[in-house]
Design a protein around this ligand. Structure first.
Ligand code: COA
Length: 262
């Protein structure tokens, strides 16, 4: 069962898990403990059938996540730096991208460095008007290390990604929307409602089909796979699920489908 921990607050509302990263005095920066707790929460959420979607946000009015914890890695060696990146990829960023249930980032303020990378690993981004997003790592003599060099180019195109990464510039919510980084822009007050509007739709659909859709969309971005071939394979497999039988029988019977995720 998902549970609140020191830096991660969990709340379930109508089959949607709201995860709040709760380190407001450090603008929710991702230290080692926060990464561990978030990973554990995600593992629990993956196995909890009554959770159909996740909204991920930051506590307070100022920041979603202001990046990896700079103070924590200040004296890292080359080996420790590499480890920081690879553990993060494995436990959080790739884990979220390949999660079996949709994860929506509710970006409620600064999303910088690892914070923007976190939002980009999520499947959908809803952004409040005050949000500021950027990958400022080159200002620290670093590069983005949690997938930012790859996912920013996927979402915005290579030209804008180059510009944002090499200038370290932050962009505002409207530009994020214009360039495809944000699906929607809302006021701070409406941010979670907009996310719930999306998750409420997700919650009525087939969990097995949604899990498969996530897998197949991601396959198209994996150089070792042919997305079209994965689609053919998974489309076929869907006909073997109880959700498919239920969906079709509900449609033909002119009733609402009751999906069990089987
Ligand atoms: N890691 C560790 N601590 C961080 C942090 C980070 N990424 N981002 C913010 N904090 C801490 C600050 O050190 C400060 O702590 P303190 O009160 O103990 O001194 C606190 O959060 C508040 O931040 P502060 O800088 O005082 O707020 P601000 O409104 O003046 O500026 C930012 C906000 C986001 C512009 C600024 O905090 C910033 O540039 N953060 C770093 C962003 C970054 O480079 N991220 C990429 C990391 S790889």
């Amino acid at each position: 069962m998902v549970a609140t921990s020191e830096y991660i607050v969990c709340e379930i509302k109508n089959s949607v898990l709201v995860i709040t990263i709760n380190r407001p005095d450090k603008l929710n920066a991702l230290n080692k403990q926060t990464i561990e707790e978030l990973h554990e929460t995600l593992v629990e959420a993956e196995n909890q059938d009554d959770i159909r979607a996740i909204i991920l946000t930051g506590s307070g009015q100022k920041a979603f996540v202001a990046g990896a914890d700079i103070a924590e890695f200040a004296n890292f060696s080359v080996t420790e730096g590499k480890q920081l990146s690879s553990i993060g990829h494995f436990k959080i960023f790739n884990f979220i991208e390949n999660f079996s249930k949709p994860i929506i980032a509710a970006v409620n303020g600064f999303a910088l460095g690892g914070g923007l990378e976190l939002a980009m690993a999520c499947h959908i981004r809803v952004v409040s008007e005050n949000a500021k997003m950027g990958l400022p790592e080159v200002s620290l003599g670093l590069i983005p290390g949690y997938g930012g060099t790859q996912r920013l180019a996927q979402l915005l195109g290579k030209g804008k990604a180059f510009e944002m990464i090499v200038t370290a510039d932050m962009i505002n919510a409207q530009d994020a929307y214009k360039w495809g980084l944000a699906n929607y822009v809302t006021t701070q007050e409406e941010l979670l409602n907009k996310c719930f509007e999306i998750t409420n739709k997700i919650a009525t659909k087939s969990p097995t089909a949604i899990k498969t859709a996530i897998k197949v969309i991601n396959a198209g971005y994996n150089n070792n796979l042919n997305g079209y071939e994965v689609e053919i394979e998974e489309f076929g497999k869907a006909f073997g699920t109880k959700d498919f039988k239920e969906g079709v029988s509900a449609f033909l019977g002119k009733r609402k489908a009751e999906f069990k995720g089987e």
